[in-house]
Design a protein around this ligand. Structure first.
Ligand code: ATP
Ligand code: MG
Length: 393
């Protein structure tokens, strides 16, 4: 039994959010054993069967945004006798000295209200087990949910990922580097319902192919949250060489970033993405001072989202560990931006200064060269082998 997160706050368009969540759950369970996924009384019910792998289903559900919590529930007939028989069946599965009953009656056609249910069922369990009823921190909680004329019993709620269902928030393009921050920025946007596409700039052949493989590995993890990710790879080496040859060293990083944004914007427009996303955190490095963010952003007309702008490194690392990208992000690689970085980068650039520096460069030609070398690939989460997907119509 799946309980919704923020969807419950939605008004008229609630059904639209529910449909997305329903579809996302069906897609996430592809290749697994179960009977059906149904919408029921403001919940989703996955009907399991004896072949269902509870562990695998749980692990996939944990990555679906829009879920507040979920539980393995048993359905019983909506009668007192059936509820007691259901409890008697569950009790031997657990060890407990104290317990409470947590009833919820959503349908008024059951004769007892939730208070009366708690009392009657509490007395029944106490009689059967001699365990103590305890309201604060009991060893076991028996949840009873009576909704839409059906009755369910369950023992514990597993926390869901929260947020809004993937696909309800529009499409964005995330600049992903293989570092710690940008994967977390992408995660944050996915959690708000966005479908995130990715763009990575690499300096191959001036660097190894490592950064590209690293990004693919990160996306196999991030794809758990949206089930498939499109990745655009952009060759950046030639552009960097030009910047190194013709622009002042202190402005290199700002110029790299301005070109990245110009290219990202062109790709976003082609892919019909409505915004760009970066992993910038204010003041973290030279390219992320307020002045530099301003000169860098000036080349883009699309909104640029920086969901980590107010987070410090510790907080970002913590989320990266939770989502599982941290271990890959810290692996050494040669990022394009670690090439030709000057000792003293400008921290207070201004538009006039960078535009003057860019006059030495043939901007349209450099953009054209980078874009003509662009490739696009699709990255699936680790648990989807391509064989599984090919079986689907
Ligand atoms: P990250 O950990 O995401 O690499 P960072 O702290 O290393 O971030 P920078 O290297 O200054 O910071 O990069 C700032 C942002 O610019 C990144 O979060 C990312 O969105 C983008 N970016 C940097 N390098 C690349 C790259 N090679 N390809 C795509 N985007 C990049
Ligand atoms: Mg970086």
């Amino acid at each position: 039994m799946i309980h919704y997160h923020e969807i419950n706050l939605k008004g008229k368009n609630r059904g639209w959010f529910e449909n997305h969540l329903h579809q996302n759950v069906v897609s996430a369970l592809k290749g697994l054993q179960y009977n059906s996924v149904q919408r029921f009384a403001g919940r989703l019910l996955i009907e399991l069967n004896p072949e269902s792998s509870f562990e695998e289903i749980t692990s996939r559900l944990k990555a679906i945004f829009g879920i507040a919590n979920f539980a393995v529930a048993w359905e019983v007939a909506a009668e007192m006798d059936a509820l007691q028989a259901g409890l008697a069946e569950i009790i031997p599965k657990i060890v407990f000295q104290s317990f409470k009953i947590n009833s919820r009656r959503g349908t008024k056609n059951f004769p007892l209200d939730s208070q009366q249910l708690n009392q009657r069922l509490g007395a029944y369990v106490q009689n059967l087990t001699k365990a103590a009823v305890r309201m604060e921190n009991p060893d076991a909680v028996f949840f009873v949910e009576i909704v839409g004329g059906r009755t369910f019993l369950y023992l514990s709620k597993l926390p869901g990922a929260g947020g809004l269902p993937s696909g309800t928030g529009g499409k964005v393009l995330c600049l992903i580097s293989g570092g710690i921050d940008s994967p977390v920025a992408a995660f944050r946007m996915m959690r708000r319902g966005c479908r995130v596409h990715y763009i990575h700039f690499h300096s191959f052949p001036d660097t190894t192919m490592e950064s590209q493989e690293k990004v693919r590995r990160i996306l196999r993890i991030l794809s758990r949250f949206q089930l498939e990710s499109q990745l655009h790879m952009i060759p950046f080496a030639e552009l960097q060489r030009e910047i190194v040859a013709y622009a002042p060293p202190s402005l290199r990083v700002v110029l790299y970033r301005r070109f990245m944004l110009r290219i990202a914007q062109a790709v976003a427009e082609k892919e019909k993405a409505s915004a760009l996303v970066t992993g910038d955190s204010l003041g973290q490095v030279a390219s992320q001072t307020l002045e530099n963010i301003r000169t860098i952003s000036a080349v883009a007309t699309l909104p640029i989202f920086r969901p980590l702008i107010g987070n410090d490194k510790e907080e970002i690392m913590q989320i990266a560990r939770e989502i599982g990208t941290y271990e890959i992000s810290i692996l050494a690689d040669q990022d394009c931006c670690s090439l030709f970085v000057p000792r003293h980068p400008e921290t207070m650039s201004n538009l006039e200064q960078v535009e003057r520096a860019e006059q030495e460069l043939d901007i349209p030609k450099l953009l054209q060269t980078a874009l003509s070398g662009a490739t696009k690939e699709s990255v699936l989460p680790g648990f989807f082998s391509s064989a599984v997907l090919e079986q689907e119509p």
